[in-house]
Design a protein around this ligand. Structure first.
Ligand code: BGC
Length: 254
């Protein structure tokens, strides 16, 4: 079965139909730049362009980089325009798409459900935590394959700083941190998350996961296994489509 997935990110809005049996894009993804300011109106126009590009006429799953209540309502907007707060994104996007059924979920949660089903978390039980390292830090927490949504672990406080301000890849770039220095910050952050949840596995996602060999070996004293995400840039699109199909992927075989 194919379902459409869209990933709303800080720089691009990208989407494609997804082959849900294989967890792969069924066509090359299409991307438009995220408008600035990224208001609900402007972003929904971008989503429309992406979906229309494929003449898609079915359910659409959409990721959002903030807390999403009930598959619809935006409850936080740390790295996007604050005018999203309180918006029923599901209705807004569905209307924009001529009434197509839409479901919206947090971007890290989407990446997590995709990784648990088709990627680095496949067949893993116990507590698994996916962290996406990018402009912010996103989190998806799974217990026995079931997602606990909207965990927002990027906003934990670490040494008086918000963790994502201190340990995201944006922080690395903004402060021109070496891999060693950044890995040290990341280690402190992971140790804190580990103290709270004692996961068996950390899956490290976000664009930087491509360079995992540069920083994962530098991270010491973490008991959990640490592996890079496998679906890379497409995890959000795949997870969004899975959610829209109702196959949440939170239980194996679901
Ligand atoms: C947001 C999260 C999001 C993460 C990654 C954070 O600032 O609060 O909801 O998952 O960034 O985009």
């Amino acid at each position: 079965m194919e379902i459409f997935g869209v990933d709303i990110g800080g720089s691009g809005i990208k989407g494609a139909p997804v082959d849900l049996d294989r967890g792969e894009l069924a066509a090359e993804r299409y991307k438009v730049l995220t408008p600035q300011p990224a208001t609900p109106e402007a972003v929904s126009e971008g989503v429309e362009q992406v979906v229309r590009h494929f003449d898609w006429n079915g359910p659409v799953g959409v990721t959002f980089p903030g807390v999403v209540a009930g598959g619809a309502t935006i409850r936080s907007a740390a790295n996007v325009d604050k005018s999203w707060l309180g918006v029923d994104a599901r209705s807004l996007l569905s209307e924009r798409l001529g009434g197509l059924p839409v479901v919206v979920l947090n971007d890290a949660d989407a990446a997590g459900v995709a990784e648990m089903r088709f990627g680095a978390g496949r067949d893993r039980q116990g507590t698994v935590i996916l962290l996406t390292l990018g402009t912010g830090i996103g989190s998806a927490v799974f217990s026995e394959g079931i997602l606990i949504p909207n965990t927002e672990l990027g906003h934990l406080e670490l040494h008086g700083h918000e963790a994502e301000k201190h340990a995201s890849t944006k922080a690395k770039d903004d402060h021109e941190l070496s891999w060693e220095h950044w890995a040290h910050r990341l280690q402190k952050y992971l140790a804190h998350v580990e103290m709270l949840f004692s996961p068996e596995l950390f899956i490290i996602g976000g664009g930087v996961s491509r360079k995992a060999d540069k920083f994962l070996p530098l991270i010491k004293h973490i008991k959990a296994e640490m592996v890079p995400a496998e679906l890379r840039n497409n995890a959000g699109i795949v997870g969004a489509a899975m959610r829209a199909a109702g196959t949440h992927g939170e239980r194996r075989g679901a």
